[in-house]
Unconditional design. Structure first.
Lengths: 353, 353
DNA sequence: GTATGATACTAAACCGGTTTTGTAACAGAG
DNA sequence: CTCTGTTACAAAACCGGTTTAGTATCATAC
């Protein structure tokens, strides 16, 4: 009854003030700007703090200073998908290295109760980096209402949407052209899906932009995009394997599969190998991203190199500029891509003079 | 001169109270517990909030409620190393999926100004997961002083150090025994390094524990660990390649390299392939972790499977238990490992009856 | 007609820091 | 000796919410 719970409580600045005989102000100065008080006061205060085990509460400090010292990375899908994708991992790495440089932490924000909007409302961050964000989404208005600076990677460049992109349409065009130049006409495309924004995708979404590039290359050789089967895969090895198997069940096996994503392409190769097929002898495949694994797997993957880390870095640098200037300037960064021709697409024209 | 900066300010709960004609309390209830006020009041307040573009400040809420809704993952080294390591990525994934489940964000905490201790002092989180933490480190006392719950993965199990581990000594013993059973005697070991705790490593650090396992297996066949060259590598593909090249310059090429880390083992294979060597014909190698890439690379890597995601998940679940019970109970979780024999270690005994 | 309780609200305290404002003591300038 | 400026500190306001304690109104019970 009379027994008191021994729930220890952290000492606060007030306790240190009382115990050391100085004021809260003095304690605050001792930690933040010792030049404002006498040497004696400072040492007495710090000693008291040490003795009582006082560490200033980071949350209270941040609240008072109206900052978080953290930027958020809004995950476009459940964590297990987002972080499973090596491309996203590289982007994360790029963002992270900039955070490190500025002494910020990096907050990974998964959808809250399956609601990305809710997650953004509650995010305790100074700015946000998103992937694949498009204008008109609820999230955008929440970020604007919160006056939260944001940058989107792989989203739709727009005046109210600072962005970092490669030229996806051009890159896809080049990739498809390479495949077509090798004589492939019986194709299959694997598009991107699985993210939370997919259902609201507009014409200018990332998969759509890449599809436009494919379409252009196809039309140049007289193939109608409508006649090419299109699968949609989540960006994971597992789903890639699944799509690979699915393709094996086609009435007519394509001579080449073009995937918008290396990890899915690799999944295909793995499942085809398991089924006894040899790549590119029996079937060719091209990917997108040039993740590290693309040059490890046999055969080495023909793909488009896009500097994922660089994307993350640039987005983060732009975001920090906004945070420090406390204004929402609009930036659009486009960085170069490179077509990487390796061994996964067979040349059907060779030997035919 | 007279021009006022048009720095928009977010409306606060006070503004909504004034504008709607109700009190702060009423506004708070409208958002958090509408049953406490009348329907009319609630709708008027929410309407006013909508009109003025009011979203409750997450920081102020969290501060008031003494919570962060975020747990921290303390990166043992610079971000570019930590997140480059597929093993750590899997751990992260495991932690993240639990955060998602509880509606928490996951804060990646890089060393602050190269000081992990400073980073922990300032971390705005409800709990911490660390990797390779050992008793007696400064960080531990900071976490205890802050009354911050914590769990360590791959650290030294200890009464003041809740932990998640496999039996590293046993796993290493088994791995080394496999190599020795295949007749290898001319070995090289690649140990773990590069993390911020390395210099303070005690006898019970992770590399030391694994070394003990190696030592035991070696002694059983009469080999002294002292006679085995040991390299230390950061857990990255790049450093793995470097160590691979270094080994090629040995006076006598080992018949088998045993790495404490798959990513480093893969780096070795890549550099050996580039040098024209064939694995395991010319040189064998065994790894540790069984990352996805271990079964992609040729030859498939002989390694120890440890459930990295599961480690992250268990650590996070334990941490959430502590957070919700608001007490620092000590837990020690050990999970099983599996030896995975694949094709990267040549059987030197076959053909010799 | 008064006590009782529920309803719907407000005022004020609180979370733990930082920062502005104020003041006493003292030094140096004129 | 007075004026001014500086030093070293304290008191109080502030950040933007939540929560406790309190009050007025009204319905119901007795």
């Amino acid at each position: 009854m009379a027994e008191q719970t021994t729930k220890r409580k952290r000492p606060t600045i007030k306790d240190i003030a009382r115990e050391s005989g100085y004021s809260k102000t003095a304690v605050s100065f001792a930690f933040n700007d010792p030049s404002r008080i006498s040497k004696k006061a400072c040492s007495q205060i710090l000693e008291t703090a040490e003795r009582l085990g006082y560490i200033p509460d980071p949350m209270a400090r941040n609240f008072s200073l109206r900052r978080h010292l953290s930027i958020g990375f809004l995950l476009p899908q459940e964590i297990r998908y987002s972080l499973q994708n090596p491309y996203a991992q590289q982007v994360l790495l790029g963002i992270g290295s900039v955070c490190e440089k500025y002494g910020y932490t990096l907050t990974l924000i998964p959808p809250l109760n399956e609601s990305v909007t809710e997650a953004v409302r509650n995010a305790a961050v100074d700015g946000l980096i998103t992937m694949g964000m498009q204008v008109g989404m609820d999230i955008v208005s929440v970020m604007k209402t919160r006056l939260l600076p944001y940058v989107t990677i792989d989203g739709t460049p727009n005046e109210e949407m600072p962005s970092v992109n490669i030229n996806d349409e051009m890159a896809s065009y080049e990739l498809m052209k390479t495949v077509l130049d090798f004589g492939h006409r019986n194709l299959c495309i694997i598009s991107l899906g699985g993210d939370i924004f997919a259902e609201k995708a507009t014409k200018m979404s990332l998969p759509q932009r890449r599809m436009e590039g494919f379409k252009k290359a196809l039309s140049e050789v007289g193939v109608d995009l409508q006649d090419v089967p299109v699968l949609v895969s989540e960006p994971s090895l597992a789903d890639g394997k699944l799509k690979g198997k699915e393709i094996l069940n086609f009435n007519e096996l394509p001579t080449c599969v073009v995937s918008m994503n290396d990890i899915v392409a690799i999944g295909c190769i793995v499942s085809w190998n398991e089924a006894g097929l040899s790549v590119p002898k029996d079937i060719s495949i091209a990917g997108f991203d040039n993740i590290d694994e693309a040059s490890c797997i046999m055969p080495h993957l023909t793909t488009v190199e896009q500097p994922a880390q660089e994307k993350g870095r640039l987005a983060a640098e732009a975001l920090f500029k906004m945070i420090h200037k406390e204004t929402l300037q609009s930036v659009h960064i486009q960085i170069p891509h490179t077509l990487i021709q390796r061994d996964s697409v067979k040349d059907l024209t060779s030997g035919q003079p």
